[in-house]
Write a protein that binds this ligand. Structure first.
Ligand SMILES: [Zn+2]
Length: 388
């Protein structure tokens, strides 16, 4: 098993410190072995119970957080039912811990002592948390407008924080060009991050009685949730452990929806926005104007029979208010998926999934206190505000 380029098929050994192919394209991994119910380690309550499905060894027990196995709960939603996957309940407050648990363990094994990443906040916090646990020297580049809840968390873990003015993509450029030493531990580039997040598919499979859900609805920024679910469920299907793939839906904010534009156009080349095409959104965590794995995401969504949605700020705020009122305190970015679910279920002819769709709740609202407070103030003056 090694890395394989998603464009030119060139291969690299897993212990090489590469983060992309020489041709510039992102790297991938061949499918893992999948898992049968008997292969799950019932004695381990964390995501490491699926270690036999992973293509790299698990994190050493003394370095783990007990990450994974988040609750899956059913709630009524506008006359239908939804299953909410509470993936904001992770040590660093977002699902990204799934990916960094696997990725950082591998980096430590191959001798990377210094790591850096660019992030809209949650990935930086997650890498910083694992770097603290594993003794890695960590630097996180964030856009200037990153909420203080996230930057405070990153610095509290002991990571160095570098604020970069301008949009999300400027942060990525500075990180890659400005950090001469250390390993670029990018969740958007590393296939080992996707390898870790694929535990989400295995967890859903087990929580649903060793069956795949009919559909999964997730926020879509760079595509890691959609791609990891695609990888995990395809492995389970190849192993004969499920009989079909769930429909995968990726949800973007209308203000920054390059995947949606490429999906509608049927052309991956459309999946990149110029600065003047990017608007303001409360969902800063998915506001990625130049995502990397566009062809892969489009293929995964099409193969599953799902789709890509772009929801308005009004839909996001309404979904945020509604999900908070159910006791689910998520950050605004997460509400993009809830808004997508509302739209899918509320259409004139809602699709039948053979069971409630799963909505992935990706990030905690506790990181976005200031932003949520501002939203309440903004809408509070009129008395009928979106968050009231
Ligand atoms: Zn290549």
């Amino acid at each position: 098993m090694g890395y394989r380029c998603t464009r030119c098929d060139r291969s690299y050994a897993l212990d090489e410190t590469v983060w992309r192919c020489e041709c510039g394209a992102p790297l991938g991994l061949d499918p893992g072995p999948g898992l049968e119910p008997s292969g799950v380690d019932d004695g381990d309550p964390s995501l490491w119970r699926y270690r036999e499905a992973l293509v790299v060894p698990p994190l050493e027990p003394g370095l783990r957080f007990g990450e994974g196995t988040t609750p899956l709960i059913e709630r009524s939603w506008n006359g239908s039912s939804l299953l909410f996957k509470l993936d904001y309940l992770f040590p660093s407050g977002s699902y990204k811990d799934r990916g960094f648990a696997v990725m950082t363990g591998h980096l430590r094994r191959i001798g990377a002592g210094k790591v850096f990443v660019d992030s809209s906040g949650n990935a930086g916090a997650s890498l910083a948390a694992y770097s603290a646990a594993l003794g890695l020297d960590c630097t996180v580049y964030v856009p200037g407008g990153t909420p203080s809840g996230k930057t405070t968390q990153i610095e509290a873990y002991g990571a160095e924080l570098v604020r970069v003015p301008g949009p999300r993509e400027a942060t990525a450029e500075v990180a890659v060009s400005g950090a001469p030493d250390g390993f670029y531990a990018s969740h958007n580039w590393s296939p080992l991050f996707l390898e870790g997040v694929k535990s989400l598919a295995y967890e859903l499979w087990e929580q649903l009685g060793h069956r795949a859900p009919g559909a999964v609805i997730a926020p879509l920024g760079y595509g890691s949730v959609v791609l990891s679910l695609d990888r995990g469920f395809r492995e389970l299907e190849a192993a004969g452990s499920i009989s079909g793939l769930p429909r995968l839906y990726g949800c973007q904010a209308e203000a920054c929806a390059p995947f949606h534009r490429a999906y509608v156009a049927g052309d991956p080349a459309e999946g990149r926005l110029a600065p003047h095409e990017v608007g303001e959104t409360v969902a800063e965590g998915v506001a990625s104007s130049a995502p990397i794995r566009v062809p892969e995401v489009l293929e995964a969504v099409r193969r599953s029979g799902g789709g890509i949605l772009a929801v308005s700020e009004e839909e996001i705020l309404a979904a945020l208010r509604e999900v908070h009122r159910r006791g689910l305190y998520v950050e605004p970015t997460t509400a993009v998926a809830v808004a997508g679910a509302t739209r899918i279920l509320g259409g004139e002819e809602p699709p039948s999934f053979g069971g409630p769709p799963v909505v992935i709740l990706t990030g905690s609202g506790l990181k976005a206190t200031e932003k949520l407070a501002r939203l309440r103030q903004r809408v509070g003056a009129g008395g009928r505000g979106a968050l009231r």
